[in-house]
Design a protein around this ligand. Structure first.
Ligand SMILES: C[C@](O)(CO)[C@H](O)COP(=O)(O)OP(=O)(O)OC[C@H]1O[C@@H](n2ccc(N)nc2=O)[C@H](O)[C@@H]1O
Ligand SMILES: Nc1ncnc2c1ncn2[C@@H]1O[C@H](COP(=O)(O)OP(=O)(O)OP(=O)(O)O)[C@@H](O)[C@H]1O
Length: 275
């Protein structure tokens, strides 16, 4: 069985308050984009090991047991001992440490895939509960629909928003931003105007009203990332921002841009139509 975990962008990101558990309550809009990994799970013929993990595509650091797809398998196996041994093949396209939720999406898709493959009968809500144990962002990828998210990024309200017809350019410089370190730099503030209101206004107004709270500290530390955002606006983006805790930056355009890879050589650079 094969599935294609996709990335997300954050449209606005307000870090609202620090919680007693050390995590932060936030407000954001998650929007799925069609930059995808591939994840295949087959039944392992040989029962010598619970799982094997084979990764190709862009390199990923860490041991197999640190990988979120393996963590997802182990999490379900604890409650469903009937899960049989598997071979996992993953092709990574989505860059890690990019704020695009690549690992989170792989983990959520692994839960959905195992649920289907082994007929576990998990409801969507139950899968979301498992997903959030693996990462704050993971639960969003279970439904994978644009949402206004609060809590640690795991409480969802539907949002009336379609960016169909627009094009997105995603740039990821060769800089790794640790999500944990990025949160540690932030002084939380409750926003004066909710993102739910801002996103209802024309996209042309977002430049002055929709903010990613990580930008100030991340841009200060890495001016190269700030420069990418400026360049996207110079190219005619209607809206540009950093996604999540970075280091990727996206620009949303009314029409595709030609030869964009030449303008951002040295960086991961992809252009996609939005759906
Ligand atoms: C920044 C975002 O990408 C926005 O979408 C997400 O909130 C990050 O979600 P994620 O990568 O799934 O995060 P996790 O792997 O759960 O957490 C990594 C670290 O980020 C911090 N963290 C994460 C989410 C959150 N709401 N508050 C936090 O303070 C915690 O220190 C945590 O140890
Ligand atoms: N399947 C996986 N794909 C990518 N990274 C993974 C995976 N499993 C574990 N990781 C680890 O998770 C870390 C960050 O991964 P991920 O791509 O989800 O973060 P991110 O781009 O910062 O996204 P976000 O913060 O928005 O969730 C990396 O250090 C990576 O080693």
């Amino acid at each position: 069985m094969i599935t294609f975990p996709n990335a997300k962008i954050n449209l606005g990101l307000n870090i609202v308050e620090k919680r007693p558990d050390g995590y932060h309550n936030l407000e954001t809009i998650f929007y799925p984009i069609n930059l995808q990994d591939a994840l295949e799970v087959t039944r392992r013929e040989n029962n010598d090991k619970e799982y094997t993990l084979h990764i190709s595509g862009s390199p990923l650091e860490g041991e197999p047991e640190d990988n979120l797809v393996v963590k997802a398998y182990k999490l379900l196996k604890k409650d469903y001992p009937g899960l049989l041994p598997v071979d996992i093949h993953m092709y990574k396209h989505i860059p890690a440490g990019a704020g695009l939720g690549g690992g989170s999406s792989d983990a959520a898709c692994m839960i959905k895939l195992l649920n289907d493959k082994f007929s576990l009968g998990l409801s969507t809500e139950r899968m979301e509960e498992y997903a959030v144990k693996l990462g704050a962002d993971c639960a969003f990828f279970i439904r994978n629909k644009p949402v206004f998210a609060t809590g640690i990024g795991n409480l969802f309200e539907p949002v009336e928003l379609s960016l169909k017809g627009y094009h997105i350019i995603l740039i990821k410089p060769d800089i790794f931003v640790s999500t944990r370190d990025a949160f540690a730099e932030i002084k939380p503030v409750r926003p004066a105007v909710s993102l739910k209101e801002i996103v209802r206004q024309p996209m042309e107004t977002w430049k002055n009203s929709m903010k990613n709270d990580f930008e100030d500290s991340v841009f200060k530390k890495f001016p190269e990332i700030a420069a990418i955002k400026d360049e996207l606006y110079d190219l005619g983006a209607v809206y540009a921002a950093m996604s999540g805790s970075g280091s990727s930056v996206y620009g949303i355009f009314k029409a595709p841009i030609e030869n964009v890879e030449d303008k951002f050589c040295g960086c991961f650079c992809r252009q996609r139509a939005l759906e």
